[in-house]
Design a protein around this ligand. Structure first.
Ligand code: ADP
Ligand code: MG
Length: 240
């Protein structure tokens, strides 16, 4: 469903991705782990066409991802992205935030968009907060709204960039529960995370990125439980 071949990306003369290859099949959950600055966010942003790249290829749903192409908006709409910061519209209610994309981008009739939005808010456990404004919610609740908002566009894959890193520890679990449910329903997901318990339980594969390269990749139990490379071992010792 998503295939990255030998991806190279530079900012100026700093090559931050040095030949990254990654294949994600339909329904798979792949977790990207690695130290700060290793290139995890850049990989996601390239997949989503938010960044151009200098070498290699990215194919999503069989189409080449090209940030400058006319088709990029449509391609991007097929992938939902959830960031560390929730980026909700502060002056709109929770329900309006979730309805926004379908109504204004897809021209879905309001009544239908409302119905879909309510069922998604139900799914993330926030149906009773539909009329609240983002500032009235906890960070974890806001992040669950952000997930519902991404799902409202009916994406075929979801990209998560450290969705729980900005949350107070007691709020992390509810967000991971929503992500776990999504994975169990068969959503294709690429998740950048430092939540090793989640990765171990949910990921089909874990990729450890270091200095712009995938140093180690394999089944979650193998990479997290029995890492082969010294760099992976060192990283895991620090985060666990
Ligand atoms: P991670 O998400 O793993 O912390 P990033 O993908 O954000 O890493 O960053 C990888 C490298 O690229 C870092 O050295 C970072 O400083 C650099 N970088 C990221 N975005 C930009 C940018 N817009 N301009 C210049 N350098 C950037
Ligand atoms: Mg990052």
């Amino acid at each position: 469903m998503i295939e990255i071949r030998n991806l190279r990306k530079s900012f100026g003369d700093h090559e931050v991705l040095q030949g990254v290859s990654l294949t994600v099949e339909r329904g798979q959950v792949v977790c990207l782990i690695g130290p700060s600055g290793s290139g995890k966010s850049t990989v996601l942003r390239c997949i989503n066409g938010l960044e151009n790249y200098q070498g290699g290829d990215i194919l999503a749903f069989g189409e080449r991802v090209d940030a400058e192409s006319d088709g990029i908006h449509h391609l991007r709409s097929r992938m939902g992205m959830v960031f560390q910061r929730f980026n909700l519209f502060g002056h709109r209610t929770v329900l309006e935030n979730v309805m926004e994309g379908p109504v204004y981008v897809n021209r879905t009739p309001r009544a239908q968009a409302r119905q879909v939005a309510m069922s998604l808010l139900e799914k993330v456990g926030l149906a009773t907060r539909a009329q609240a404004y983002p500032a009235q919610l906890s960070g974890g609740q806001q992040q669950r709204v952000a997930i519902a908002r991404a799902l409202a566009m009916q994406p075929e894959a979801m990209l998560f960039d450290e969705p729980t890193s900005a949350l107070d520890p007691e709020l992390v679990g509810d967000v991971l529960d929503v992500m776990r449910d999504l994975a169990n329903e068969g959503m294709t997901m690429i998740v950048v995370t430092h939540e090793m318990g989640f990765a171990r339980e949910v990921a089909d594969r874990v990729c450890f990125l270091h200095g712009g390269s995938i140093v180690e990749e394999g089944a979650a139990d193998q990479v997290l439980g029995h890492p082969c490379h010294a760099r992976t071992q060192d990283f895991l010792r620090r985060v666990l």
